[in-house]
Design a protein around this ligand. Structure first.
Ligand code: SF4
Length: 496
């Protein structure tokens, strides 16, 4: 009998992207195989939704998707549908009540139980709903199928101790839990041994790392320890909270060569009044103070952010304060969001919700300002020589001139002319920047050099079928391959 096929659909933030790698690893460990790329809707034997609870209509989207699968399920009773992630953690058995053709509902704290729950639902011919209120085991011990051969997510903590009034994460992912530094470093070393050259340390509140293990400087120590791992070329982290951005972290970034001078630091609002209403526990001056310190220590740092426009009670003056910070901070990039009510958050029931047209108008002004600044900041890169990590699948769709793409050390997207010699994703190419656009750089001239890396070798092994076997499905051991982490717009820390 041929192996059952699976498909994992991921919504939301980096934490969910990483959890989906675990879900794929678990299923492959249990003998499932991934459904072929582009398989028709409902063709896979098991469809898993890893959901996000952030957007106002997140649930409508889920039930819409489940509705579209109902005919396929009716045609193939052996097919199974599972719903996990933040919306499952929030809605629990409401999901099987609204979509009785769903077989399994699991939460953010028990992703490891998916294969067992699928089997139980199949044998008992009854939907299985299992939601835990706290984490059993740190997900890093679970098998993983990573999506890329040269870059990896490494979770260092889950959950969050903050209580931002617009955010549902603490309610769904629980209080912060930190992994032991030794476990993290062991995972990073094993990844590097497999050919990975870039890791992104992941946490809802990554720089609060250590609060759970009683060491306030644990995060800067971790960055410095990553600096001592031979073969690890690039270290990134997401997402820090301005309140926990301490001098020891800035010093560790500046003094550790493989820690990239790139920082994603959600601002949310520039107004102290709105920050107070959001319960963001820092104010405008502290935020700008951190930016100043970062720039003093790393003048070339690329800083990006998240901003919410139209938070309840936001006045025109408040909004002007946000524009003021944006002008001062000179962000390389900003992920901007129109405030949307999140059921279950304090902000959703606040007075003075802002009319949509006012929010829309402010949003457009903010986007226009940031677009200008992003472009001016990118123009400062003209003439610079950059070493670009060649990326998989980020090439320009419309480009018939065969340009390749990759990420500069500060994570800027660079499109460059294909060098005369073969390059693979994971290799490094040195190029000169000849043109700057608002959201990418171009290097149209010949490459200055190509550095073939062990990451490129790992990519080649994997794509020559050698790495295809779910090598990673050895319990707890990291594997080859993870999606090239780049700031997924959906989300700073709390999935803004
Ligand atoms: S926005 Fe971020 S820091 Fe605030 S509660 Fe949500 S996850 Fe925590």
């Amino acid at each position: 009998m041929s192996a059952r096929t699976y498909e994992v659909r991921t919504y939301g933030c980096q934490m969910n992207v990483h959890d989906s790698e675990r879900l794929s690893g678990l299923l492959e460990d249990a003998g499932y195989v991934r459904a072929p790329e582009g398989a028709a809707e409902g063709e896979a034997d098991v469809v898993v939704f890893n959901t996000c609870a952030v957007r106002e209509n997140a649930d409508n989207r889920l039930y819409g998707n489940l509705g579209r699968l109902a005919p396929a399920k009716a045609r193939r009773p052996g097919m199974q549908i599972a719903v996990g992630g933040c919306l499952a953690q929030k809605d629990r058995d409401t999901i099987v009540r609204r979509a009785p053709w769903v077989d399994v509902v699991f939460g953010t704290h028990n992703i490891g139980h998916l294969p067992t729950l699928l089997e139980r639902a199949r044998v008992q011919e009854e939907a299985q709903v299992e939601i835990l209120d706290s984490l059993e085991t740190f997900p890093s011990t679970l098998p993983t199928r990573r999506e890329s051969a040269y870059a990896a997510w490494v979770a260092i903590s889950v959950g969050c101790n903050n209580t931002c009034t617009f955010c549902i994460v603490p309610a769904l992912r629980g209080k912060e839990k930190d992994r032991r530094p030794g476990d993290i470093l062991a995972e990073v070393e094993a990844l590097v041994a497999e050919g990975v050259v870039e890791v992104t340390l992941l946490g809802q509140n990554v720089n609060a790392y250590g609060s759970d293990i009683g060491d306030r400087e644990a995060f800067s120590k971790l960055l410095r320890a990553c600096g001592r791992i031979e073969g690890l070329e690039r270290v990134r982290f997401t997402s820090p909270h301005p309140r926990d951005f301490t001098d020891d972290v800035i010093a560790a970034m500046a003094e550790t060569p493989n820690v990239m001078h790139q920082l994603h630091m959600p601002l949310q609002s520039g107004s102290d009044t709105v920050l107070r209403a959001m319960r963001r526990s820092y104010r405008q001056d502290r935020y700008l103070g951190i930016i100043e310190k970062v720039r003093a220590a790393m003048p070339d740092a690329a800083i990006s952010t998240d901003i919410i426009v139209g938070f309840p009670g936001e006045t025109e003056d408040d909004f002007e304060q946000t524009l003021h910070v944006v002008r001062e901070a000179r962000f390389a990039q900003a992920f901007t969001f129109q405030y949307s009510k999140r059921p279950g958050t304090p902000a959703a029931v606040m007075e003075d919700q802002i009319p949509k047209e006012v929010v829309q108008a402010r949003y457009e002004r903010l986007v226009a300002l940031q677009e200008e600044i992003s472009w001016e900041e990118n123009k400062k890169q003209l003439g610079r020589t950059l070493e670009v990590l060649v990326a998989e699948g980020e090439g320009r769709k419309d480009d018939r001139t065969e340009r390749l793409s990759g990420r500069a050390p500060d994570n800027r997207l660079v499109h460059f002319a294909r060098p005369g010699e073969p390059v693979r994703p994971g290799d490094m190419v040195t190029v000169d920047v000849t043109y700057a656009a608002p959201h990418h750089l171009l290097a149209e001239g010949p490459a200055r050099g190509v550095r073939r890396t062990r990451a490129g070798d790992a990519w080649e092994r994997r794509n020559a079928g050698e790495g295809q076997k779910p090598a990673g499905v050895m319990l707890g051991l990291p594997t080859v391959g993870v999606p090239a982490p780049s700031p997924v717009p959906a989300g700073g820390c709390g999935c803004d």
